[in-house]
Unconditional design. Sequence first.
Length: 309
Amino acid sequence: MKNYYSMKIECSAAYECIMSLYAYIHEKERKHFQLGSEWKKEAARMLPEAFARELEDERWEVLHRLVLLVAQSPKKQTVEDFLAWLEEIPAGEIYERLAPWVDTIPLNLGEIRDHSLSLLTRWNEHYFSKLEPQIMKRLEQSARQLAERIGHTPPTELVDQATNGIWIEPMADLQQVVLIPQYHCAPTSVLDFYRGMATCLYPVGDAAREHSDPLLELLPLTQCLSDEKRLLLLRLLAKKTCTLSELQQHVGLAKSTVHHHVTALRRAGLIRAHYVGTTTISYYSLRESFVDRLPVLLRSFLESGERAE
């Protein structure tokens, strides 16, 4: 029997506030996010002009690592609670808390912390505090539903279902996996490993909707299936698990191109990315559940009638 890790489910506005600012600032990543450029334009109109200009500078290297501090914070019920805690702890303690996670930490960590606090405080004031309450309610609902399945669903499968295809392999030194729902960076998941623990912010792409929309899941799935190279990759993975290099050798494309294809396939839930103790993907496998899921989604969409021409 495998030595499974334990599961923990968290949900906090502090995580989502940071993820929303990350989604706003990082142009290169946003093209992969469901919200896209139109959301940024709408969010920018909520900000003072000088603040919006300040956020155009993408060189905030520890922004997305701040979620690692939320995971360790004893005060995170609200955004304000977390920011007050972050302001109080010395730079040396921040370094100690980040060092096991981050390969390179800037020497001016105190200055970056102060700048981060300033940005997050103003972002919370002008954007996040005005977020539609439905979004956090749906994230909390997702967290509750996952928590109810702990003990009934194997941990690997629970992570796979929440993330739509991330498979964290059991290891002797991996004791716990923490799942945290997030909306702004959907359909991306954010995964980190830390001293016997892994945190994964998983996507809840329909959190802003009163009812689930099957098109959100159906569209990326069908788009993946319309590409010949991706179909070839799926057929190979139906026969065996493969590393990125093995997939690249099979289709004869540049490794960067194959990486683009498998990333799209993973985000659409057609394949699994297997992680073995690090944030580097070890290998891929077919996520066979999509074969049964496709006709269900298609039927649900055809019968919904929610999107008129």
